[in-house]
Structures are given as C-alpha cells and as structure tokens.
Design a protein around this ligand. Structure first.
Ligand SMILES: *Cc1c(COP(=O)(O)O)cnc(C)c1O
Length: 468
C-alpha cells in the first residue's frame, strides 16, 4: 500500500525532465524560460492530482516520466502558440466580425511582405527628398474610384465618424433622424460616438418616419452638420419614410450646411447585378451630393480594417489639422493592403474574382453545389459513424450589412450516431484547426460558402479525430 508521500517522492525533478532528448531538442527551438515553465506546469498538475487522490485510488495511480515529458512537450507547443489563430469559418457568414471580417486576397501577399519587411516612403516625398504625408498614398486610388475631391483614411469607420463630427460640429449641433441612431454590434452606438465627438445631437422625426420638414425645422444658427446614417444592420419595414441623400444635400445647400453620410459598409460595385440586394455605392452618395461620406474598409469593400473618409477638400483639410487624426492614424500595413485591394476595383470582374469577400458573396448555385459535393465525398470516404447529407441552407452577408438578406447556399448536415452534436461542435472548435460551425435542428452544419477548398481535407480529418 502506497502512501501519498511516496507518490510525491516519485515525481521527477525539472532537471530530470530537462535531460530528455526531445526536451533538449525543444530547447533549440523554444525559449528556455518557456520550456522550464511548461515542465513546471506539467509536474505541478501531477502534484495536484496526487493531493486530490482518494485513499482507494492511490494504488492505481502511476507516475511515468514519459507521460510528464509528453505533457510538457504539448504544453510547450501550446504556450508558444499565438493567441490570435487561424480558424475555419464554416458558418457561411461572409463578413464575420468575430472571425476577422474580410480576408485579404492572396494576390497581394508579396506586396504586403515586401513593404513591411523593408523601409518605405511612408512619410517621405521621393520627388522632393523631404518629409511627405502617409495620407497621400491612398488619395489617387480612392479619388479615381469615387470621384471625390479628397480622401482621408483612419483606423476604422467609428474613428472616421468621430473625426468628421469632431472637426465639423464640435460644440455645435448635428441633426440626425431618430430612425438612424443605430447600434452597430459590439455595443458601438452611433449616438454615443456622436456624443464623444463633442457635438450636440439633435434627434428629429420618429423611429419610423422622418421627412424633409423635420430637418428644416431643426435648423438654427448652431447647426453645423446634417448627418445621414445608412442603417445597414437593421431595417424598418412597413409604414416608413426617410429622406434620401439627394434631397438632404439640396436642403444643405440652401442653408449652407454640409451633409455627411455614414454608409457603414461602403461598396464600389452595384452588387444587385450579382443577385444581392441593392446597397448604395460610395459613388452614388458623392454623385447625389453628400459633402462627406464615411465607410469601413473591411466590410463589403473586402479590404483591411480602416475607416475611409471621402468628400469635399475644404472639410478634409480641416480634419487633417485635427489632433485626433494623429491618434486615429493607419499604419503602413493597412495602407499597403488597402491600396492593393482597391487597385483590383479598377477592373470590376477581377475585383469580384480576387477579393475574397466579393467572391464568396457572389458564388452561384453551381459553384456551391460543386463545393458541397467535393467536401461530402471527402468525408464520405472515411466511413465515419455519422448521418450526412447535402442540404439547402442560408448564408448571411454579416458585418451588419444586409441584415434581412439571406443568401441561398449549400450545406453539409451531419448527425453523429454515437456522440452528442454539441460534443462534436465543441471538439471541432477546440481542435487544432478550430472549425467554427453552427448547430441547427440538432445537426452540425457546414456551410461551404465560407470554406476554402484547401480546408476540405483538414475538416474531414478533424471530423474523424473528433468521432473517435
Ligand atoms: C459598421 C458600421 C460602423 C462602424 O464601422 P467600423 O469600421 O466597424 O468601425 C459605423 N456606422 C455604420 C452605419 C456601420 O454599419
């Protein structure tokens, strides 16, 4: 009969574990401190197990050096891995804010690496041989695509709205329709950001109806901005009325008050020709008279996180003088990724083919059926203990865009025979490949719209592992 004291004395020392050849190899690759900490963790866990042992299980408890070494190696690997990890998005939601919104195109990876691993002309004017501005890099490209007078790019669209209002209406009034005071997820609320900018919010109309007279009646000598928010993440249906940007800009001109529009998800291409519902394009907004338009870089545009401000030069010049701009500025990686993404828009067909967000949103049914069949066959070959079928499903645009729009898709629906569907979901989520999928109607649903073909094998293998 063993006693706990004897078990404790059987625990290896850190030095003993360090002597193992695999651990020695690990020391070549990983920092010594991390290796030592991981070994200590591993021994500590065993020690805690001993403490918690009941009297009758003491004799069955074993301490093997190999187990501790293996556990240490696993811990070393996990402790060294980055917190921000690649996942497989099988949810079908294309612009998934929790999963990183838009994906960059593979075609720009060399440019991104070249730019970020060497010095650049980020704030240097090569012609003049003197200091330049980081904001010049995106200017020509965005002007070309939007016909706007000028451009300024900041950290994200929330920052863009903050900067615009802080510059144009701080201490004064901004008129906005009640129906447009939206919350944009992650508890970012338009009214809160407006307040933060120091402008006084003048809410007009009712939740479902606002007309031009409501705007007109609210104008006084303190009015500095009329703001319109494209409520991309919710829709009021039925008895509704709002004022379009064209009428607002007429009103603005009449009273010499600039009209700004927060488009949320900016698009450059009218996606209705690809079967999606119409979203106002940035070009429309400018053409219809908006003085300033703001939108996100990583929603429907399909680029990196950024807030893009376009419009009249006189206002943008003032924004550049605002100290906030320094705090909200974008880094060179963003500038590079955004310019390279936007360049693809010079050829609309190429943009839809090469920008992952657009490509995934515009798959046709045949593409999806082929993808679903290919994934189905990969899984089917493994003869797993599951029920599986290809079914019709619905994807979402996501990112607060086109909220009530569901796009038809093809999904693989899996019901495991021996384990719970939620156990399967958890197993795959925590697997090395981190597969994120939905459960619907007690089935595990893989929507092929957002899954890459080179992820099919991985999914099949992880499914096999999870079912063992
Ligand atoms: C998404 C959104 C924002 C915030 O944009 P971020 O780029 O996430 O900061 C602001 N306004 C509207 C209308 C939006 O849809």
């Amino acid at each position: 009969m063993l006693i706990k004291k004897e078990l404790f004395s059987m625990l290896p020392s850190v030095d003993e574990v360090l002597g193992n050849e695999n651990i020695v190899k690990a020391l070549e690759k990983y920092p010594r401190k991390l290796v030592l900490d991981s070994i200590r963790e591993s021994i500590d866990i065993k020690r805690k197990c001993i403490i918690n042992l009941s009297e009758d299980s003491i004799n069955n408890f074993s301490i093997k050096l190999e187990d501790i070494i293996e556990d240490s190696l696993e811990r070393i690997r996990i402790n060294y891995s980055l917190s921000l990890k690649k996942v497989i998005n099988a949810t079908g939601t294309v612009i998934h804010t929790n999963l990183g919104r838009s994906l960059l195109s593979e075609s720009i990876k060399e440019e991104l690496w070249d730019l970020s691993s060497r010095y650049s002309n980020l704030e240097y004017d090569l012609e003049k041989g003197e200091r330049g501005s980081r904001y010049n890099h995106l200017r020509q490209m965005i002007k070309k695509l939007t016909n706007a007078e000028d451009v300024l790019v900041v950290n994200n669209n929330a920052a863009a709205v903050l900067l615009v209002l802080s510059t144009m209406a701080k201490g004064k009034e901004t008129i906005v329709s009640r129906g447009e005071l939206v919350e944009v997820g992650g508890s970012f609320r338009i009214p809160n950001i407006m307040e933060l900018s120091g402008t006084k919010l003048v809410e007009i109309g009712s939740t479902n109806k606002t007309n031009l007279n409501d705007y007109k009646n609210a104008i006084n000598e303190d009015t500095k901005v009329i703001m319109k928010v494209h409520t991309s993440n919710y829709k009021i249906l039925g008895f509704t009325e709002c004022v379009d940007i064209e009428s607002l800009s007429k009103l603005g001109k009449e009273y010499d008050i600039p009209v700004i529009e927060d488009l949320g998800s900016g698009v450059f291409i009218d996606l209705s020709k690809y079967g999606l519902s119409y979203e106002p394009t940035v070009l429309d907004s400018i053409k219809n008279g908006a003085d300033i338009v703001t939108f996100s870089g990583d929603k429907m545009l399909g680029g990196p996180q950024a807030g893009i401000i376009v419009g009249k030069k006189k206002y943008i010049d003032k924004m550049k003088q605002n100290q906030l701009t320094r705090a909200l500025r974008v880094d060179k990686l963003t500038i590079c990724a955004l310019e390279a993404t936007l360049r693809m828009y010079l050829d609309e067909e190429k943009a839809v083919e090469n920008i992952p967000t657009l490509k995934m949103l515009t798959y046709n049914m045949q593409d999806l059926e082929e993808k679903a069949l290919a994934l189905f066959n990969k899984i089917d070959k493994l003869n797993l203990d599951i029920n599986m079928s290809i079914e019709d499903g619905f994807s979402q645009v996501g990112g607060g865009s086109m909220p009530i729009e569901v796009i038809k898709s093809k999904v693989i629906a899996i019901t495991p025979n021996k384990i719970n569907v939620s156990t399967l979901e958890k197993g795959l989520r925590l697997s090395e490949s981190h597969i994120i999928a939905r459960i619907y109607d007690n089935k595990y649903i893989l929507d092929v719209r957002t899954i890459f073909e080179d992820e099919f094998d991985v999914i099949a293998n992880e499914l096999e592992n999870a079912l063992i």
